[in-house]
Write a protein that binds this ligand. Structure first.
Ligand code: MLT
Length: 266
């Protein structure tokens, strides 16, 4: 489905049972799209209204007017897009489930639109801002995409996105997901990510129940990043998803769905 949102033609999935017990908004990460949540959409739409947008410039979401094209893809801007979509759909409050960059967006929504957040699921993500090494790496990756294209980035990122044992099963799909990203979107995101707010200091103020999930083998947002968030957030639970890397909901959907379902029902 599509909606005109903030100068975008925004694609989103909106699935639900006839009598949903609430809404879950699934927010994908960098170089991805809503399809990374395919197992969760199948599983959770039996009881919940599941909304999974393609974020600004990703998947089926295209920039409609030039003014929107000029807006940097800052996390707060992506959060505004999601809230505008929920306004369009008449959803006042929801559970927000974000992976990595999607987790940054969930935290930005909590910071700026607190009343809209029922519970948070922060998946393979972190709260702290970029280190100088991360910033330098993003600058290098911008050059890589400019000179060699998104394919070269896919080559580099695939082994970091999923655990080695899952590459034979999921490698083709994840590579396709990365290679489908538009270079201008990838560059705009890499430019904006270092400008996001460091949320380290804010976590102690989070009062909504929060599930922190991390893939056992995640090398991008690590178990230490997850542990830090667990220690700071008052009402937080931490679950390590076995046999999974950075895309834990896709890599081990059974373990992820069970943990998320238990959390949402409790
Ligand atoms: C993601 O998967 O969204 C990225 O790893 C986020 C980041 O690079 O900070």
């Amino acid at each position: 489905m599509y909606a005109n949102i903030n100068g975008l033609k925004m694609f989103y999935e909106d699935r639900s049972s006839s009598d949903p017990t609430g809404a879950i908004v699934f927010l994908h990460g960098f170089i991805s799209n809503h399809s990374m949540w395919r197992n969760q959409l199948d599983f959770f739409s039996i009881r919940y209204r599941c909304i999974a947008p393609d974020l600004r410039g990703y998947g089926g979401t295209t920039v409609l007017d030039q003014s929107a094209a000029l807006v940097p893809y800052a996390i707060d801007t992506l959060a505004d897009d999601v809230i505008a979509l929920l306004d369009h759909l008449g959803v006042k409050r929801a559970n927000f489930c974000g992976l990595s960059m999607g987790g940054y967006i969930a935290l930005a929504i909590w910071r700026r639109y607190r009343k809209r957040v029922k519970q948070m699921l922060l998946v393979d993500t972190r709260a702290l801002g970029d280190t100088s090494d991360t910033k330098a790496n993003r600058a290098r990756q911008i050059e890589l995409v400019k000179t060699q294209g998104v394919r070269a980035l896919a080559e580099e990122m695939l082994p970091k996105q999923i655990a080695p044992q899952n590459i034979p099963r999921l490698g083709k799909e994840v590579r396709f997901m990365i290679e489908s990203c538009k270079p201008e979107t990838v560059i705009a995101t890499l430019t904006a990510l270092p400008t996001r707010k460091d949320m380290g200091e804010w976590l102690r103020r989070v009062q909504v129940p929060t599930l922190i999930a991390v893939g056992e083998h995640d090398v991008i947002a690590t178990k230490e990043d997850a542990q830090f968030m667990k220690e700071q957030i008052d009402d937080a639970e931490l679950v390590v998803i076995p046999d999974a890397g950075h895309l834990s909901p896709l890599e081990n959907p059974k373990a992820f769905n069970e943990a998320a379902y238990r959390f949402l029902r409790s």
